[in-house]
Design a protein around this ligand. Structure first.
Ligand code: SF4
Ligand code: SF4
Length: 97
């Protein structure tokens, strides 16, 4: 049996401003899919800032609400293209792209 991870389109994305992050780790503890971590390098505050691992963010926003630093975290919910319209799904009414 294969143990390969089934890749799904990302539902969210998060960015962290290292100039605002104080490295408290609350976002890392609160993230359900555990897709945040502390960077190994130090910021100019002398702390390890949080960073996104680059995968599995769901866009839930929990990290945003946990963070005590206004503006440190931005969460994006990603929109995905819907199934291409077909005759059976009323494709004749689909908007031109
Ligand atoms: S939005 Fe949710 S899933 Fe994404 S990094 Fe924040 S807590 Fe984790
Ligand atoms: S909760 Fe905010 S301040 Fe704390 S590590 Fe995460 S981004 Fe940085």
């Amino acid at each position: 049996m294969s143990s390969e991870k089934i890749s799904k389109p990302a539902r969210g994305k998060v960015t962290i401003d290292v100039e605002e992050c104080k490295g408290c780790g609350l976002c890392i503890e609160s993230c359900p899919p555990k897709c945040l971590e502390l960077a190994p390098e130090l910021s100019h505050y002398g702390v390890h800032p949080a960073r996104y691992t680059g995968e599995d963010c769901t866009g839930c926003g929990i990290c945003f609400y946990c963070c005590p630093e206004p503006g440190a975290i931005r969460v994006y919910r990603l929109a995905h293209a819907t199934v291409p319209p077909t005759a059976a799904t009323g494709g004749e009414h689909a908007a031109a792209v």
